[in-house]
Design a protein around this ligand. Structure first.
Ligand code: NAP
Length: 286
């Protein structure tokens, strides 16, 4: 599926040279979003050690350069490597950009701003938690800015992620909660789709038909919920008539305490995110 171009406030990115380190799932999604939104290829570059991925980047019209060249030339560095690879990248930024300011944006899960700043030095840092639907242009990203990040830097970081979906801003301490809702969230919905597929099959529907019914129902329901923010109980009431089929299902969900099962799962994800962050903070910053 080719994502639709998203209108992007391009002004905050004008004149910037944006370098993406790590052109995997997320790095390529972000580069693709920026290209589709009209950011010129000449304003973008990537550093990627996997040659196959470099070729994919070049198909977007974007240059693949060495890590050092990118770090030397970029005015915004977006770090999109896995947490286990981030230390050497941040150290390189710290070594090559001493005294020459650069906006550092990291999407690495669980790497706190303080750990990033310990390695890169006194640069403005924005930490972002995107999610997998960013790869089809329908993500939602939560931004947390370090103290001292300017309004212009904030606007630039926000614009980059608007290329692949919606953007919200939270204080950094809430990123574990964000991870538990929207970071891990796609897997929760896929689990529900799978359960609906199996339930449909148990009622005699072909599995693929049941899956299509479930996924399209989710898509339409999401559009309705977006059109009526804060109105979930009213939307439920529009489907569930008294003594009808939906009410029969909802009654069973309440009886089996579905809401508390979901709450417990989300709390377990947030707890794990806090544990991983504490572990990575020590490892990366040490
Ligand atoms: N995927 C998601 O749903 C998601 C959601 C939220 C946040 N994130 C975060 O996004 C980051 C990237 O995730 P991803 O799924 O896009 O990972 P990915 O597909 O593995 O992409 C990372 C790429 O960076 C390359 N790389 C690593 N170190 C490098 C270096 N020093 N110089 C140049 N390239 C380097 C890797 O090469 P090799 O393959 O050779 O190692 C790989 O191609 C992670 O930190 C993750 O926590 C991901």
């Amino acid at each position: 599926m080719s994502p639709a171009p998203r209108p992007l406030p391009l002004a905050p990115l004008r004149g910037q040279r944006i370098g993406v380190i790590g052109a995997g799932n997320m790095g390529q999604a972000l580069l693709g979003g920026l290209r589709r939104a009209g950011v010129p290829a000449a304003a973008l570059m990537a550093a990627e050690r996997d040659q196959r991925r470099c070729a994919q980047v070049r198909r977007l019209g974007v240059r693949c350069v060495s890590l050092d060249v990118l770090v030397e030339r970029a005015s915004i560095i977006l770090v999109a490597v896995k947490p286990q690879d981030i230390r050497e990248v941040l150290q390189r930024i710290g070594a090559l950009r001493q005294g020459r300011g650069v906006l550092v944006i990291s999407i690495a899960a669980g790497i706190p701003i303080r750990a990033i700043q310990r390695l890169v030095g006194k640069h403005p840092v924005v930490r972002v938690m995107p999610n997998l639907p960013a790869t089809v242009g329908s993500g939602i990203s939560a931004l947390a800015c370090a103290r001292g990040v300017s309004a212009a830097e904030h606007a630039a970081a926000s614009a980059i992620f608007q290329g692949v979906g919606e953007v919200v801003e939270v204080p950094e301490r809430l990123l574990d909660a964000v991870t538990a809702i929207s970071g891990s969230g796609p897997a929760y919905f896929f689990t529900v789709f799978q359960a609906l597929r199996e339930a449909g099959a148990s009622l005699g529907l072909p599995g693929d038909v049941a899956e299509r019914l479930a996924v399209h129902t989710a898509l339409g329901s999401a559009k309705l919920a977006l059109a009526a923010p804060g109105q979930l109980p009213a939307l439920i009431a529009r489907v569930a008539s008294k003594k009808g089929t939906t009410e029969a299902a909802l009654k069973m969900f309440r009886h089996r305490r579905l809401s508390s099962v979901i709450e417990d799962g989300v709390k377990a994800a947030a707890r794990r995110s806090r544990e991983l962050t504490a572990m990575l903070d020590t490892q990366v910053g040490a």
